[in-house]
Design a binder for this molecule. Structure first.
Ligand SMILES: [Zn+2]
Length: 323
């Protein structure tokens, strides 16, 4: 009996490490090489729920000569432990630093697992993010993700806050890997960093771009700011690789354009509602028709309704300011 148990335990252990981060409903996830020393594990492109256990972002690794830099390790302590196992399959080098793209917990709560293994880890983020997560955003996101995923155990009681503040245009070099960060002021949130890894010419977009699902916009976000940010990127010389916060990485146009077109359409219909003295929901059927190509994106109809309202509010506010 005892022997069977040992065999089973060994088999389970082996299966676990061979198959990696496995979610019953969504399958198995691994880091995949994108460019010479850049790896991304593309999470399931859905909103947080029990089935994805709070893993639905795109953790990334940059492999330096002596160690690794991790971007957005994931959405909880438990997720972080699994991501760490996956990282170790790519390289046994130590983790030298982490960078977080913005305040939403699905991107940074897994810092906790990294910090447990590397207590002196430098974790970089925009100065607004550090201020806001310490000022209540961490707890707010903990409550949201805990309710939706029931997998937040071990994440709080001292959140693993970023401990190195960055601002727009800052340059950092870690183990010969060079990064420049851009802060779009107000786009997906007011805490965003877009991170350019200069060596590979990869731009990590954070949630300013998603592919296959839509972002959430609140009082700290701006749909119009997000549009301007993406338009600017399209007017620059393209980098080699663009990594969105959710959804597949790829070329500049293939990654950015679908989300930008969606946001532009939302802005257009909200403006139409405003000009014609209609409520935002009254233009939704027309917007749905125009955005037919997006109907398979996760949570499309609900998100569109919310986004039309948000864009409408922004137009209203701008108009009030101008009067
Ligand atoms: Zn986000």
């Amino acid at each position: 009996m005892k022997r069977y148990l040992i065999v089973w335990t060994a088999l389970l252990f082996f299966a676990g490490s061979a198959f990696g981060l496995t979610l019953k409903k969504y399958g198995t996830f691994h880091f995949e090489k994108q460019l010479e020393n850049v790896y991304v594990m593309h999470g399931p492109v859905v909103a947080p729920d029990e089935a994805n256990e709070g893993f639905m972002n795109n953790p990334a690794i940059i492999e330096g000569e002596k160690g690794l830099i991790v971007i957005d390790p994931g959405g909880s302590y438990n997720v972080g432990k699994k991501v760490l196992q996956e990282i170790e399959k790519i390289s046994k080098k130590p983790i030298l630093a982490a960078i977080n793209t913005h305040k939403h917990g699905d991107h940074w709560f897994a810092n906790k697992a990294l910090l447990e293994k590397y207590p002196n880890l430098k974790i970089y983020a925009h100065e607004n993010m550090i201020r806001e997560v310490k000022g209540g955003e961490a707890q707010k996101w903990f409550n949201i993700l805990d309710r939706l995923t029931h997998n937040l155990k071990g994440t709080d009681q001292e959140f693993a806050y970023p401990n190195q503040a960055l601002k727009d245009g800052d340059k950092i070099e870690i183990d010969g890997e060079k990064f420049v960060v851009f802060h779009p002021v107000m786009a997906h949130t007011d805490t965003d960093l877009m991170i350019l890894h200069e060596n590979s010419q990869t731009l990590f977009l954070g949630d300013n771009v998603m592919k296959g699902r839509m972002g959430a916009f609140d009082a700290s976000s701006s749909i119009f700011g997000n549009i301007r940010t993406l338009e600017k990127l399209l007017n620059q010389k393209p980098y080699r690789l663009y990594v969105p916060g959710h959804g597949l990485s790829g070329s500049r146009d293939g990654t950015i354009t679908p989300y930008l077109h969606y946001l532009q359409s939302v802005a257009k219909w909200a403006q139409k509602a405003y000009d014609d003295d209609l409520e935002a929901y009254e233009v939704k059927p027309m917007a749905v028709k125009e955005l037919d190509a997006y109907k398979a994106w996760d949570g499309f109809s609900y998100a569109l309704g919310r986004h039309l309202m948000k864009a409408y509010e922004e137009i209203e506010m701008k108009d009030a300011e101008e009067e």
